[in-house]
Write a protein that binds this ligand. Structure first.
Ligand code: HEM
Length: 419
């Protein structure tokens, strides 16, 4: 539907639960799944005020069908207008921030977005990702070697964080000695609501500048010593047209460091936690190795990115509510991934699940996660090697959750590594 229905402008359905979805404290014990269930069942598109701030409210969207409808119509629901990252201040307060954010492809609309995406897609072809797999397997084995030698420790640091970092560095050809620096910077970039990852409110911005400068040096180095790798393919003009400018490259690198690290790390950690919580699924996984379906289920179960926002470019009726031009909609992927109308027995963790229409990588459309196949490969390979080499891994303490309303993150998961 595109036109507002008669009489609907007057009624704006509020959320059926009393919850503040912009307050990071709401998520300190993990996502509020019971509240999301009530919202999905009673008011799948509902108005959420922005309590405690001067910012405008937004429409909270919690079903898969509605998230797909929004994601696939970028001309109606813009990522560029106010950015895709949910902000709490008023539009006026955020204007400068939005201007900067628009440099990232995730905050762009077609056709600008399509041009850029066509170029960066070169780094993520199925062939490129497949060619990385032997190296990913080597990495997984090295990670497990180190964990076994340690005997016990924090699964997040020892295992989950290592894989995405190594994979990304491999993809982009980053030398080994710089990897710890990229790890630290990506932590500081995204953990902005969690005091543990941040020394001052400006630190996140500082980290992004450092990352930007690092990318700049990397590009300069590739220009002086051209190589046959991804970076050169992105920077070099090609027959099929287009290349990244130095500035576009730096910004893209920054986006990858954030989008590729934190997300996959949390998927691996939540996956391990899910296996600890469902030992029968771990047994199935170990004996049958349903690698593809298990990786997909882990991603759904984890839903590391809890939401993104869009802004309506014209009035649009969704779920019986009129979204007025200029209003924001927030796509709660976490809620949609437990939507029983889209996923059979959605509250069950099932590594053999054959049909898994989750939206953890987005609801389709132009922004669908660029790194989805890389993330899948990392998760598949990591768990295959864990099952093979430390099948009796056990949890030794409670997890510590990241304080964030955006990333479903785990900071620490104590574990014993047993061969
Ligand atoms: C389990 C891991 C991951 C999850 C859950 C995830 C999730 C997402 C989501 C929800 C989006 C937005 C989709 C939309 O707006 O429709 C996205 C976009 C993106 N992701 Fe991922 N991601 C993951 C891993 C990765 C990896 C490994 C990389 C790269 C190395 C990556 C790079 C990107 C980029 C560049 C975009 C922006 C695409 C665009 O705007 O066109 N992601 N991801």
């Amino acid at each position: 539907m595109t036109a507002p229905e008669q009489g609907q402008l007057a009624t704006r359905r509020g959320c059926p639960v009393n919850i503040d979805l912009v307050d990071p404290d709401t998520f300190t014990d993990g996502p509020p799944l019971p509240e999301f269930a009530t919202m999905r069942d009673e008011a799948p598109v509902c108005w959420h005020p922005n309590p405690g701030s001067s910012g405008e409210g937004f429409w909270a969207v919690t079903t898969r069908a509605d998230i797909e409808e929004i994601s696939r119509q970028p001309e109606v629901f813009s990522s560029g207008e106010e950015g895709a990252i949910l902000s709490t201040g008023s539009r006026e307060q955020n204007e400068t921030q939005i201007e900067i954010m628009r440099l990232l492809m995730i905050n762009m609309d077609p056709p600008e977005h399509s041009d850029l995406r066509n170029i960066v897609q070169r780094a993520f072809t199925p062939r490129t990702i497949r060619s990385l797999e032997p190296r990913l397997t080597e990495f997984a084995n090295q990670i497990v070697d180190r964990a076994l030698a340690k005997g016990e420790g924090d699964f997040v640091k020892d295992v989950a964080a290592e894989m995405p970092l190594l994979a990304l560095c491999e993809l982009m050809g980053i030398p080994g000695e710089d990897r710890a620096k990229i790890f630290d910077l990506s932590n500081r970039l995204i953990g902005f609501d969690d005091p543990e990852f941040q020394t001052s409110p400006e630190d996140s911005q500082l980290a992004s500048m450092e990352m930007y400068m690092y990318a700049n040096e990397l590009a300069a180095e590739h220009k002086t010593n051209p190589k046959e790798d991804i970076i050169s393919r992105l920077l070099k003009a090609e027959v099929d047209g287009g290349r990244l400018t130095d500035e576009q490259f730096d910004v893209f690198f920054l986006l990858l460091a954030v989008a590729g690290n934190e997300t996959t790390r949390n998927a691996i950690t939540h996956g391990m936690q899910a296996f600890f919580d469902h030992p029968e699924q771990w047994e199935i996984f170990k004996t049958e190795r349903p690698l593809d379906t298990a990786a997909e289920e882990i991603i759904r179960w984890a839903t590391p990115v809890m939401q993104f926002q869009r802004t309506a470019m014209r009035d649009h009726v969704l779920g019986g509510q009129t979204i007025t031009k200029g209003e924001r909609v927030v796509l709660f992927y976490t809620a949609a991934n437990r939507d029983d109308n889209a996923i059979t027995a959605a509250d069950t963790f099932d590594v053999r699940r054959a049909k898994n229409d989750h939206v953890a990588f987005g609801g389709g459309g132009p922004h669908f996660c660029l790194g989805a196949n890389l993330a899948r490969a990392e998760i598949r390979i990591m768990f295959d090697v864990i099952a093979e080499r430390m099948p009796d891994i056990t949890q030794t303490g409670p997890p510590r959750v990241l304080r964030s309303m955006f990333i479903n993150g785990v900071k620490e998961l104590p574990a014993r590594y047993t061969a």
